[in-house]
Design a protein around this ligand. Structure first.
Ligand code: HAM
Length: 420
């Protein structure tokens, strides 16, 4: 029977049968990021709404439709559950003057909130691992990000992940391009609905975001930003590609890629898989050289990316890469007052030796405790009755093999349990 109170749609529980998979991913990610010299920053889940409106852009799906915004009851301030954390990261770096001492390689992880229509791979609370390199003009650091992501896929063992890249040039390139694009879209005005017409007026690049299959041909025929780039933009893009080729990272140029957030310039990219249906983008990011200034700091170049954790875990599942749960080594079964005391101390001793031990709580006879031991998944039961306690020994019973119980001295247990 379902309880009357259920989780909010699109916000998921991670249950114990799955939490070890998350932990494996988080451990792998921590080691991977440390090996590239990135340091963790922990950011609040709530920020002032204005931070996101100013940085992500007013004419974006996130700001127009997807933010969880509420008014602080005490002072009437508008606050928002973070839909992403690049803006928060830049805000924190400026607030704590971190760029003052030089460039920063940072990472963060945790939940993000977007009021999207939930479906497989798209949630209202989802998790990202994000990386931001602030103070670096690139393209070496842009390339570093792509090379390191390729390494993460190898470490996790996932395959069928392709890199798509594009460049959005400079603000001047985009302004030139916007004029050409507007002219083009005005020639196809009858195909646009009211929302897209409004977007065309306010930010015509956003029309190319439309997922409407009826507009695919219109979008395909639109002028390409790549053709409106100046020399500096082209050089950044070509230098990046040379670095990727040198590192053996394969990529495809997708000239229509615009990304759903406004702060990008130059490099943008997405890592996609065909194995997760419509929500196949595993990781996305790019360069955002104006954001630091926009948030109120002295201009500094920057770039970064975020990985969608649920999607990577879904791909690992799909590809049979789910790690085994580390499990329990010992379930400690005991009956009788003296045995209970002896077993309690023994459990601590075994944990001291590095073993994972569940001490039976809640009483009951040997038979029912052995059932619990079996259900716990433990490899061994260690059994103590008052007779064993009196002789200072314990029974060791393998639970996953057909082997007899043996009586052993406590100091022998760790070696025998490890199979040495
Ligand atoms: P984004 O493309 O909005 O970029 O999100 C990055 C990744 O988060 C997506 O590729 C996807 O894997 C995952 N994701 C996004 N929305 C959802 C959702 N509703 N459900 C499940 N997964 C989702 C950013 O957020 C930028 N802050 C990335 C960045 C960092 N750019 C520069 N630095």
């Amino acid at each position: 029977m379902k309880p009357t109170l259920q989780a909010v749609r699109g916000m998921n529980d991670v249950l114990p049968v799955d939490s070890h998979v998350w932990q494996f991913f988080e451990d792998t990610v921590r080691g991977w990021l440390t090996s590239y010299g990135y340091r963790e920053i922990r950011l609040p889940l709530v920020e002032k709404t204005d931070l996101f409106v100013r940085t992500i852009g007013e004419v974006t799906d996130i700001v127009e439709k997807e933010m969880y915004t509420f008014v602080d009851r005490l002072n009437g301030e508008s606050l928002t559950l973070r839909p992403e954390a690049t803006a928060s990261c830049v805000r924190a770096v400026l607030e704590h003057n971190l760029l003052y001492g030089g460039a920063q390689r940072l990472w963060y992880q945790g939940p993000m909130f977007r009021h999207e229509r939930p479906q497989k791979g798209r949630y209202r609370q989802f998790h990202q691992v994000g990386v931001e390199a602030l103070g670096y003009p690139g393209p070496d650091v842009d390339a570093e990000h792509l090379v390191m992501i390729a390494r993460l896929w190898r470490r996790l063992g996932v395959t069928d992940v392709a890199l798509q890249i594009n460049t959005l040039g400079t603000a001047e390139d985009r302004s030139r391009h916007r004029t050409r694009l507007k002219d083009y879209l005005r020639c196809h005005w009858d195909q646009l609905d009211d929302e897209l017409r409004s977007r065309c007026e306010r930010n015509p690049l956003r029309v190319l975001d439309s997922k409407d299959p009826g507009l695919a041909a219109l979008i395909e025929g639109a002028p390409r930003l790549l053709d409106d780039l100046d020399e500096v933009s082209l050089k950044h893009f070509e230098d990046l590609q040379a670095l990727l080729r040198g590192a053996g990272v394969e990529y495809e140029i997708v000239p229509r890629m615009v990304r759903g957030l406004d702060y990008y310039n130059f490099t943008v990219f997405e890592w996609v898989t065909g194995q997760l249906g419509a929500q196949g983008t595993l990781c996305a990011g790019g360069r955002y050289d104006s954001l630091v200034e926009q948030v109120g700091g002295k201009a500094a170049p920057a770039c970064g990316f975020a990985i969608g954790v649920e999607r990577v875990l879904a791909l690992m599942d799909e590809q049979g890469l789910r790690p085994e749960s580390p499990g329990i080594d010992v379930y400690l079964v005991h009956q009788g007052a003296a045995a209970g005391r002896f077993a309690w101390e023994l459990a601590e001793r075994l944990r001291e030796a590095g073993l994972r031990v569940i001490f039976h709580c809640g009483g009951g006879g040997f038979k029912s405790q052995m059932k619990r031991a079996d259900a716990s998944g433990a490899r061994f039961a260690v059994i103590v009755g008052d007779t064993e306690a009196a002789s200072g020994r314990a029974g060791l019973k393998p639970l996953r093999e057909l082997k007899e119980q043996v009586q052993v001295a406590p100091h022998e247990l760790p070696r025998l349990i490890r199979g040495q």
